[in-house]
Design a protein around this ligand. Sequence first.
Ligand SMILES: NC(=O)c1ccc[n+]([C@@H]2O[C@H](COP(=O)([O-])OP(=O)(O)OC[C@H]3O[C@@H](n4cnc5c(N)ncnc54)[C@H](OP(=O)(O)O)[C@@H]3O)[C@@H](O)[C@H]2O)c1
Length: 243
Amino acid sequence: MGQALLDAASERIDLEVVAALVRAGNSPADAGFRSTHIPCLATTLSPEANAQVLVDFSGAAGFDSAMELALRHKLALVSGSTGLSEQQSASLQAASERVPVLWAANFSLGVAVLAHVAAQASRLLPDWDCEIFEAHHRNKQDAPSGTALMLGERVRESRGANESLLSLDRNGLRPSQGIGFSVMRAGDIIGEHEVHLVGAGERIELVHRAMDRRLFARGALVAARWLCGREPGRYTLEAVLGL
Ligand SMILES: NC(=O)c1ccc[n+]([C@@H]2O[C@H](COP(=O)([O-])OP(=O)(O)OC[C@H]3O[C@@H](n4cnc5c(N)ncnc54)[C@H](OP(=O)(O)O)[C@@H]3O)[C@@H](O)[C@H]2O)c1
């Protein structure tokens, strides 16, 4: 994702990368960067860099140091690191009292809109069965994906939280209420999510397919630009999109 962020930043004229942070002792190649000509590669942030926002995709392992750096330099913090512990989530919340913070499990702008549209549609059709399907590459460990669960949660909320999220390994008749999930793991699929609303004799299918990993970086940079100059607080991707 570090490389994807650099690529995505190079597509924009309103953003400047003042530092690409790597672990102490790492060379650009160690850090997995394609270009060895990154002028701003650093292991810590210099105040002269005049940074405004820190974008973190270092995962749970790097999250604490990224957040500490954002607080030390009073930078807005955009984070897409997943697998955070409860303690890390609580620290993120506490950090939002001091700097603007935007964390999202999925920075796809398309998925944010899918969630919004799915919630609207299922609110209007509360009696229709809702089934969520997701597909990812064969190395993904968790199932259903965090995004599929988020979509289920949004549908549930839109119906007054009366329905439950059904377990993946269900057998027998479908209960009259409940949001179902199914999963495919195969090949190198980046990520696909489908929300099916099925009524008597008709159905609506809402589908999102990720085709390029850079989409997450692009979404994070849209959020980073939007977050600059905001008051400390906790913000969402939905707010960025005005949903
Ligand atoms: N929210 C979203 O939309 C979204 C999308 C894609 C991915 N993600 C999440 O983003 C994270 C990264 O994904 P990835 O596939 O890019 O993983 P990755 O290839 O493992 O990259 C993580 C990078 O963070 C670096 N890092 C870890 N700790 C560090 C520290 N203390 N200081 C400096 N650098 C540190 C690692 O450096 P080393 O190589 O030295 O270990 C590595 O280069 C994961 O949590 C993933 O789930 C989120």
